[in-house]
Design a protein around this ligand. Structure first.
Ligand code: MSP
Length: 529
């Protein structure tokens, strides 16, 4: 099992039936910020993302486009899903595809292990199925359709009619795990977060669990069931295993990455929390493996009050935003403006306003002014501080408190709270400069010592900000870091690690600063919505 000092985080693996929209990018960015924060805090960190390529949904899309499902998946992965990582600046450690051999062999070995343990049997299934969700539905899950689907039962997420399936399937004895799951939720209250999702899952499991159909016979785009090749594995059963196949899990010899990093933290959208907090831990219990460390369900990006989706034509491509505002602003905006765990609405106006007020005027301008004043009044060299006053001690206290509060918030995955805590440094430093008026102090030779103290304090504050903001704004933080003249890349461990960020005096007097281009330049072009 992983030691307490390692941190492993995953995104869901994404269906390759279509290209990503900003809802998918949101999940990616959140997991990436948590990974970068932990990595920079000195933990042995591993982050995983990837693509979910089997199942009926992908098969149908490929057929509709006149290609094989593998050709379709290869194209979408190469042209859309891998490039997304660069578009939004994701520093993942691995990218898993469910069509890779390293994954398929784990699925088969895992299934065989459960079969040998008597936890899989064959039976008949008749019920509703939503191909959009790739999920069997109960009648009580469905709602009445409207418009062209009036009079039919539709999936509440996709708004489309479900299909009725009748098949011979293999079943996993999931019902046997009801009590163990309830015990897990009780013993580990943060296993599912936030509480609203936790409560919903607990009551769902309390109502009783059915066994789960885990194979399909009517099509062949999937991993073959090892003892019966007329069946392929149900796409969710296959997909969930990516979290351990990517770690090289081997039922015969669990070692290496698996030992180092399992159990992981899973970041998922709330629509897929049940798969991760019910089916997945039951599968792991059946295989006698440790359950995940945590399942955190974030909310949806809404358009007109509904989940943004390509199928409803409300999807916005991430590059539409990053081409105009840059990847840092994308990352900042979604994680700052939406409480992580709640739904949120995207608007170009809100994005523009926050870019201007918070990034360009708040943080960017602060950094430019301090570096420019250092050039003008101190020949570009970090000055030696003179005696400090209450005002400087207050800045130091704000940095200390921000680090404490942001760290505590990141432990809970409350990313928006962590950013807000760090932003108090931006606000305090801006207020400090307004009050201290270094441009006036500079005019009085007799106050040269005071000027050095003010600039040295502001520069130290910027150093702490560069460290603490680097998980969210990696590009801007690195530019600032370079401008501060600090040696080494930001994000490397050692003195620049997050736990030591608040220790005052790490930017030695005499360090030569470098001119800084605006971190968040003025936007000339209006985005096309
Ligand atoms: N393939 C499954 C996951 C398997 S994980 C073992 C899947 N894929 S998905 O591509 O449909 O969705 C991936 C993630 O994107 C989900 O967490 C989903 O919640 C998220 N989002 C899709 N649309 C979204 C929004 N409009 N807003 C926020 N997140 C959204 O499900």
């Amino acid at each position: 099992m992983a030691s307490g000092d390692s941190f492993s985080i995953t995104t869901p693996i994404f269906y390759v039936n279509d290209a990503p929209h900003i809802g998918h990018a949101y999940t990616e960015v959140a997991a990436d910020v948590l990974a970068r924060w932990n990595r920079q805090s000195g933990r042995d960190t591993w982050s995983l993302t990837g693509t979910d390529e089997h199942g009926q949904k992908i098969l149908r899309t490929a057929v509709a486009n006149g290609v094989t499902p593998k050709e379709w998946a290869d194209k979408l992965v190469a042209e859309a899903w891998v490039p997304l990582l660069q578009t939004i600046d994701i520093a993942n450690d691995d990218f898993i595809r469910t069509t890779e051999q390293r994954h398929e062999s784990v699925v088969q070995a895992f299934l065989q292990k459960l079969y040998d343990a008597g936890l899989i049997y064959d039976g008949e299934y008749e019920g509703y199925y939503c191909v959009g969700c790739e999920e069997y539905k109960q009648q009580s899950d469905l709602v009445d359709g409207t418009g062209e689907f009036a009079g039919q039962l539709v999936c509440p997420i996709h708004g489309r009619p479900v299909e009725v399936l009748k098949e011979k399937n293999y079943f996993f004895r999931m019902s046997q795990f009801q009590q163990r799951l309830l015990d897990l939720y009780e013993a580990q209250p943060d296993f599912i977060q936030p509480d609203s999702v936790r409560n919903e899952i607990v009551s769902f499991v309390r109502r009783g669990l059915d066994d789960l159909s885990i194979s399909r016979q009517s099509f062949d785009w999937g991993v073959r069931v090892p003892w019966d090749d007329s069946h392929v594995v149900y796409v969710w059963f296959d997909a969930l295993l990516n979290y351990i196949s990517a770690l090289g899990y081997d039922p015969e010899a669990a070692d290496g990455l698996f030992e180092r990093f399992w159990p992981s933290n899973h970041i998922v959208g709330k629509d897929i929390a049940r798969f991760h907090a019910v089916i997945w831990p039951a599968m792991l219990m059946a295989a006698e493996l440790p359950v995940p460390r945590r399942v955190f369900a974030h909310g949806w990006l809404l358009v007109g009050g509904e989940k943004m989706s390509k199928s409803k034509l409300t999807g916005i491509a991430p590059a539409q935003i990053t081409d105009v505002f840059g990847s840092d602003a994308f990352r900042y905006y979604f994680l700052r403006a939406i409480s992580f765990g709640q739904d949120g609405s995207f608007s170009w106006e809100d994005l523009s306003a926050r870019y201007q007020a918070e990034l360009a005027n708040g943080f960017g301008n602060l950094a430019s002014r301090v570096i420019a004043m250092t050039a003008k009044y101190c020949d570009g060299v970090v000055p030696e501080s003179g005696p400090v006053t209450e005002a400087e001690l207050a800045v130091q206290a704000t940095v200390r408190d921000a680090l404490r509060d942001a760290s505590a918030a990141m432990e809970r995955f409350a990313i928006h709270e962590a950013i807000a805590a760090v932003w108090r440094i931006v606000e305090h430093l801006n207020g400090y400069l307004t009050e201290q008026e270094p441009w006036k102090v500079a005019k009085d030779e007799a106050q040269a010592d005071r000027l050095r103290t003010i600039l040295s304090t502001a520069l130290e504050g910027l150093r702490a900000l560069a460290v603490l903001l680097s998980p969210v704004l990696p590009k801007a933080a690195q530019k600032l870091w370079t401008a501060l003249g600090v040696e080494g890349a930001l994000g490397a461990l050692g003195e620049q690690s997050i736990p030591t960020a608040a220790q005052w005096g790490q930017l030695p007097a005499g360090t030569r600063t470098v001119a800084l281009e605006p971190l968040f330049p003025r936007i000339e072009q209006e985005p096309v919505a």
